[in-house]
Design a protein around this ligand. Structure first.
Ligand SMILES: Nc1ncnc2c1ncn2[C@@H]1O[C@H](COP(=O)(O)OP(=O)(O)O)[C@@H](O)[C@H]1O
Ligand SMILES: [Mg+2]
Length: 397
């Protein structure tokens, strides 16, 4: 395959290793500076220029988008997606992961355990939020920090309030998060590639530091992960839409607590700690998947008028609870059930014999009208009405 690595740091350990791993496997590889692309929207087809010339064709792209260029970098990745070039990490996945709040919001609806987190803006809401996550000591985080910068441990509520107010006054958004003291300055970094963890390490903070980032002097050692940690890491990456990710987890009393999902994980620490060829695993995965670029299913399926994708919930007490999918009448209504979600398990392509349970969620493709008629509680779309008579403006005194 012919692969482009998007990176502004051709000399860095990670980029170098990825390039070498690709060459060793007989692939053609180019490292392209992300900021030298031009997105061309003038022609009939999505296009890209690089250093002022039309870009030659690639089978795959591996984005390594630094924090400082997220907006432009994800725009370039999105353009590759529009051109049907395979990327393990989509533009959406990268932007979702980059914003710690957005990532937490997305993960929280999927039963991924995380440290209790709050997000507020008004001064009056700061103290109740601190109390809700468990009081002091409390962790305060800038939304887009990396390498431990922008992560603060406030020992007292008063100090926390002062820090948060100061940051708010300079228009910085911050997360308020419960301090997981039992992790004692340690955390787990799991490198997810595709649907498995290919390498994992434990990082231990230096001295009395609580942040275990390698850039903050953290030491690294290889670990074999408990299945619970492996599952949490793989699911988190998958939910974020990332096929290559570094998932950071704290070791809580009740198991893994996911802190963040990194879309451009560094390879030096993890390869040194584990002596594993992580770069090779990434390249092998891309070569294996290259024929199937991720597609935006909703976007593709919504192009026929009147048809679309929707999720139907089997409400407790509904007639179809306990019947099979085949007997439920759903399939006769020109509706195709793509997946059945039950709690945290997903049953792809459920068969006619599948028995439906209360609270099952069916991801369906079909006629929007038919699907709407099956969700009783929502209001139907009304035609546009005439503006009601407004009171006459009172003449100015
Ligand atoms: N809620 C927390 N409780 C205890 N330690 C934490 C908590 N949040 C972060 N840390 C420590 O701080 C480090 C950096 O936090 P993280 O959210 O990963 O930010 P960054 O993006 O800067 O790496 C983590 O690796 C961990 O060691
Ligand atoms: Mg981190």
């Amino acid at each position: 395959m012919k692969i482009a690595i998007l990176s502004r740091a051709p000399q860095s350990y990670s980029t170098g290793r990825l390039r070498t791993a690709a060459v060793q496997r007989g692939h053609t590889v180019k490292v392209l500076n992300t900021l030298r692309f031009a997105i061309d929207l003038s022609g009939p087809e999505p296009d890209l220029h690089f250093r002022g010339r039309p870009l030659s064709s690639y089978d795959a792209v591996l984005p390594r988008i630094g924090n400082s260029i997220t907006y432009f970098g994800t725009a370039v990745v999105r353009q590759f997606e529009q051109m049907d070039v395979f990327t393990p990490n989509t533009a959406n996945g990268i932007s979702n992961a980059r914003d710690k709040l957005r990532a937490t919001q997305i993960l929280s609806r999927h039963d991924i355990a995380m440290p209790a987190t709050a997000f507020v803006r008004n001064r009056a809401d700061v103290r109740p939020a601190i109390e809700r996550v468990g009081g002091a000591p409390v962790v305060i985080k800038l939304l887009e920090g990396t390498q431990g910068i922008g992560v603060i441990l406030a020992p007292q509520v008063k100090v926390a309030e002062a820090i948060i107010e100061t940051l708010h006054s300079t228009n910085q958004n911050v997360l308020i998060q419960s301090f997981i003291s039992e992790s004692r300055g340690r955390d787990i970094r799991a490198l997810v590639v595709g649907d498995r963890v290919v390498a994992a390490m434990r990082r231990t903070a230096d001295g009395d530091e609580f942040r275990s980032n390698v850039h903050r002097g953290g030491r690294v050692e290889a670990v074999t992960l408990d299945p619970a940690y492996e599952r949490a890491a793989v699911r988190s990456a998958q939910i974020m839409g990332l096929r290559v990710a570094g998932v950071d987890m704290l070791e809580g009393n009740d198991g893994p607590l996911v802190m963040e999902v990194n879309s451009s994980p560094g390879l030096q620490g993890i390869e040194t700690a584990t002596k594993l060829d992580v770069a090779g695993a990434i390249i092998d995965y891309i070569a294996h998947e290259v024929a199937f670029p991720d597609i935006d299913v909703r976007q593709r399926l919504a192009v026929s008028t009147g048809y679309g994708v929707a999720e139907l919930v089997v409400h407790a007490g509904a007639d179809i609870v306990g019947t099979t999918l085949g007997d439920s009448g759903i399939l006769e209504r020109d509706i195709t059930v793509l997946t059945l979600n039950r709690g945290t398990t997903v049953i792809p392509n459920p068969r006619r014999g599948q028995v439906l349970q209360a609270e099952d969620r069916l991801l369906c493709f079909g006629k929007m009208d038919e699907m709407r008629s099956m969700t009783p509680s929502r209001r139907r779309r009304a035609s546009v009405r005439k503006l009601p008579k407004l009171p006459k403006p009172t003449p100015a005194a």
